[in-house]
Design a protein around this ligand. Sequence first.
Ligand SMILES: *Cc1c(COP(=O)(O)O)cnc(C)c1O
Length: 422
Amino acid sequence: MSSSNNQYGNNALRIAASRMPLLQTLRDELDALDAQHLIRRRRTVETACAPNVRADGKDLLAFCSNDYLGLAAHPQLVHALQQGASLYGVGSGASHLISGHSRAHMRLEERLAEFMSPNIDQARALYFCTGYMANQAVITALAGKDAAVFSEELNHASLIDGVRLSRAATQVFPHRNYAALEQMLKNCTATKRIVVTDSVFSMDGNIADIPALLTLCENYDAWLIVDDAHGFGVLGEHGRGVFEHFNLRSPNLVYMGTLGKAAGVGGAFVAAHETVIEWLIQKARAYIYTTAAAPALAHALLTSIDIISGEEGQQRRAHLNKLIQLFRHGLDLKVWESMPSETAVQPVVIGQNAAMLTVAGNLMDQGYWVGAIRPPTVPLNTARLRVTLSAAHTEVQVMQLAQAISRLDQMSYVAQCFAEVA
Ligand SMILES: *Cc1c(COP(=O)(O)O)cnc(C)c1O
């Protein structure tokens, strides 16, 4: 990936750009990114989301999707989506508040509310096109200029953007530092207080101490908005996510779960007290001013929830948990660091961007596709491989990946020793 042959352009574009100052500015900034090994490129996948994929013409074993239960290409879901298209067509045609709200959406929301009701008082659910929009919607609708928002340091970009858009007074509390949060809450004079956190931190894989956060929120009369993008379907005996995992129930809780990860389809939902949901329908701009997702997706998601909540879901979660243990035990690292994660997100921190890209490239040459994560998605000097495991992987596949990463780490260790001797 030398800068003379970079990923995003060609000479013809460069010459044209030089005659256009605005484009030249972008070209210069892209060149600067390239020099820092921060240019991202997309690979084109020709097959369904599964462990064995073909991307850019190459057969790979993928450990980078968030399809944690292996449902994205499940035959029953494919069939349900086809059936949904037959029943409802392929587009909703309008926003929910005009004429885009179909029976499929209604049934999905009822099903989700029923599913989440053991953990949420008077639960109601609202389906969104994406998790990004759901986060924007719930934060901007609940927090206004008069609110105080307390945001966990490692929150997902969609939460951060939601907080910014809300224009509420915002304080960021350090990662998992709930004593610092308590101090902030103690000093807060705003009557409307909102704490916002990821449940499973998407680039680290560890789980927030939601019970501790909830206690604080109850004591200081604050909402707790929890983004369970990586927990829904995966955590808890029935897959209800992080609230089930910790056995929580409280009127202070607002739940956001995404449906394009473990649920295998797309979209997201907020589950909360029915009054909160009614407020979102009236006020959440990211809900109101967008075309409703295809009803066929909602129809397929009904089947997805059936699978997640049933015996097959339990078996898939059990297999996934076994794979997580296997991977962690299989890793033997001298230089790089794994993180204390019990979830399907298993990062290996390498540090520098260039070194991490070399390792990811080497793994790809061996046929393994793992996430290659750089700043600003993660803090500076913590570039990492983000291995994600899925119930669709086999034990052998997972052990082989752990060995391949450990071998590369060993080589890096040896190289480091030689460098020190020289
Ligand atoms: C993926 C993700 C989202 C966004 O969900 P989409 O449905 O993909 O828009 C939000 N929060 C977290 C923590 C995520 O990982």
